[in-house]
Design a protein around this ligand. Structure first.
Ligand code: SF4
Length: 251
């Protein structure tokens, strides 16, 4: 006799990590969004939608971000098929190794504030997002150094006679001498950022980074909003964890 079909309520409770997306805007404005991967819906969902969900057992938001989780009755994440002769760990979804606590900046954030974000959080790059949280570019330490270099060059040019190369160029371009003070993330970012879907595989992320010659990619939900960041280092660590050998020593 066939056993009765399993309903969602029959699944044992499982804990899912909550991801935190922090978006820094001008004048100290900061938006924080919490999301979790929902196997019932097959996508990241706002944690606010877990609160009224009938499958929910518990929602915990830890201010330090280390132990934030949703405990609910939903099917466990599907096991990925292992490719013949391939590396099974490369088939895992990007959402399993991405940095789930991601900080982004608005396009209008002044450059000095972007620098503060990078230094305060000890990161070398940050996604730039539009009003809907979709990535439109990336600002890295390299972009900031380039902007500083241009600024120093401009200041040196101002010491030269008016007809010197830099002054003539600025005059033709209609540039203001204090223009650098008004630059924002949008002005110095590397635009048209490439992103990857959270359900893409690790090998897809590795291939995309190699093809685009970038070191990190924003990870986006189905709606296109940033839910994480995956870096070349994340992929390397993920691969190393799958290799046979002595267990990794702690930091
Ligand atoms: S509580 Fe409901 S909406 Fe939230 S992850 Fe679980 S099943 Fe999905």
């Amino acid at each position: 006799m066939d056993s009765p079909a399993k309903t969602d309520a029959d699944f044992p409770p499982i804990a899912t990590q909550v991801h935190e997306q922090r978006i820094v805007g001008p004048a100290g404005a900061e938006d924080v969004h919490y999301t979790a991967w929902c196997t019932l819906k097959g996508q990241s969902v706002p944690v606010s939608s877990c609160v009224p969900c009938t499958q929910r057992e518990r929602v915990t938001i830890d201010p330090t971000g280390r132990r934030s989780e949703v405990v609910c009755r939903m099917p466990p994440p599907a096991a990925r098929p292992e490719p013949e002769g391939g590396a099974p760990w490369m088939q895992a979804p990007v959402s399993e190794l991405m940095t789930g606590r991601v900080i982004s900046v608005r396009t209008t954030l002044p450059v000095r504030a972007v620098l503060m974000v990078l230094v305060e959080h000890g990161i070398s790059g940050v996604p730039v997002v539009d009003a809907a949280g979709r990535p439109v570019g990336m600002v890295s330490i390299t972009d900031l150094l380039r902007e500083q270099y241009d600024q120093i060059e401009d200041e040196e040019d101002e010491l030269l006679p008016y007809f010197a190369r830099g002054a003539v160029q600025r005059h033709r371009a209609g540039a203001r001498p204090d223009a650098h003070l008004h630059l924002t993330a949008e002005d110095i970012m590397t635009p048209s950022v490439f992103s990857i879907r959270e359900d893409a595989r690790v090998c897809d992320a590795a291939r995309e980074m190699a093809k685009r010659r970038v070191h990190r990619l924003p990870v986006v939900s189905r709606s296109g909003a940033v839910v994480g960041v995956v870096s070349a280092l994340d992929v390397t660590r993920w691969m190393a964890a799958g290799l046979p050998g002595p267990a990794e020593e702690g930091p």
